[in-house]
Ligand binder design. Structure first.
Ligand SMILES: C[S@@+](CC[C@H](N)C(=O)[O-])C[C@H]1O[C@@H](n2cnc3c(N)ncnc32)[C@H](O)[C@@H]1O
Length: 258
């Protein structure tokens, strides 16, 4: 866990853990409902939720399965997630500090592995997908939700720079073809793919990661000056008065291990 980005991740999320438990974007919405729907967890399953953050995905899965393991790199995040799940009466959940790229589990011990809105923090996404595929049983499912980048490399760079200005622990968000390549490389056959827009108000989105007023001004300026392919992707709404808003495109990718 020595990569610089992993130190940054723990600093960022360690400082802002409470904000992620409270975040409406993470607490629900289409992506969480759809993840549960497409996974269709069964009562006898053991499920691993990687980069559990405030524990919202683990909380959605726990009542449906026999055991949920919630893992995260950031210790204060796990403490916050444990309190969040306890307050909501979720039982049968184990909390484990781990690196999603190097899992402390033997092969084929889970029926499903989930990872929602986190992989853009991982420096080694192929390693993470390989590890998820290793610990899932044959016939088991790996389901990832994350930010999506446009296929155009210049637009992808702009979107990733915008994200990193808000959160220095953002490493990279990949495009559809790249994600499908990661799954294929890990021996996961895609059973479902979809992309969808999520809508964000700039100020609460930026403040959740501790941005100050000058940083928010720079983010707004990037939205104002976004080149046309980026503007088509991020759909900025820039009223003369009041907060700006924009779209982060996300995907849900589900794959089955042979
Ligand atoms: C936005 S939060 C995740 C939200 C959560 N999955 C949900 O559904 O609400 C991102 C989380 O990824 C975790 N994370 C980042 N890099 C990680 C890694 N290499 N291994 C495990 N967790 C990691 C962070 O500590 C943080 O808690």
């Amino acid at each position: 866990m020595s990569d610089h980005s992993k130190i940054l991740t723990q600093r960022q999320f360690g400082t802002h853990a409470a904000g992620y438990v409270a975040s409406p974007v993470h607490a629900g919405g289409y992506s969480l409902t759809r993840l549960v729907e497409m996974l269709d967890p069964q009562p006898g399953w053991r499920v691993l939720d990687l980069a559990t953050g405030g524990g919202h995905t683990a909380l959605a899965l726990a009542p449906r399965v026999v055991q949920t393991v919630a893992g995260d790199l950031t210790h204060p995040m796990l403490v916050a997630a444990r309190a969040h799940l306890a307050a909501n009466g979720a039982g049968g959940v184990l909390f484990v500090r781990l690196d999603a790229e190097d899992l402390p589990f033997g092969p084929a011990c889970f029926d499903a592995v989930t990872c929602r809105i986190a992989a853009h923090h991982f420096p080694g996404v192929a390693r993470f997908v390989g590890e998820a595929a290793r610990v899932v049983k044959p016939g088991g499912l790996v389901a990832v939700i994350d930010q999506l980048s446009p296929g155009d490399p210049k637009a992808a760079r702009f979107v990733n720079v915008f994200e990193r200005l808000r959160d220095p622990s953002h490493v990279w968000a990949y495009n559809e073809a790249e994600w499908k390549g990661f799954f294929a490389g890990a021996g996961l056959a895609v059973t479902h793919y979809e992309a969808f827009d999520t809508h964000h108000d700039l100020i609460p989105w930026a403040e959740r990661m501790g941005c100050d007023a000058p940083a928010i001004t720079r983010l707004r300026a990037m939205l104002v000056h976004a080149p046309p392919p980026v503007a088509a992707w991020m759909k900025p709404n820039l009223p003369p008065a009041g907060d700006a808003s924009f779209v982060i495109r996300q995907f849900l990718l589900v794959g089955r291990k042979a």
